[in-house]
Design a binder for this molecule. Structure first.
Ligand SMILES: [Zn+2]
Length: 99
């Protein structure tokens, strides 16, 4: 018997954040988020908790790539604030001569 990945009940749902249709991968499903938004929400929480100075260059690049991925797949522009914050963090680091 062939395994049908699109069998009813495999947990396809609409992400409550970006509005994209997504598959239940375990991570964000509990919160109704796609895995990308789930990861972005984690970063957003760290920034809001004041840990922006601990974000590595790789993490910043990852955030930007994930936001671009959401937007290029037709997601709602829910991550503009996070993107702006990340850009501000980059500008701050450049101004401090850390980059
Ligand atoms: Zn999403």
């Amino acid at each position: 018997m062939k395994f049908n990945r699109f069998t009813k009940g495999t947990g396809v749902y609409t992400c409550g954040c970006c509005g994209r249709r997504t598959r239940d991968t375990g991570d964000g499903a509990i919160n109704g988020l796609c895995s990308t938004c789930y990861d972005l929400a984690g970063f957003e929480n760290s920034i809001m908790d004041g840990y922006q100075s601990e974000l590595t260059k790789n993490e910043i690049q990852l955030i930007i790539r994930m936001v671009q991925k959401v937007y290029s797949n037709g997601g709602q522009r829910e991550w503009d604030a996070l993107l702006n914050q990340v850009v501000a963090i980059c500008e701050e680091r450049i101004a401090m001569g850390e980059v």
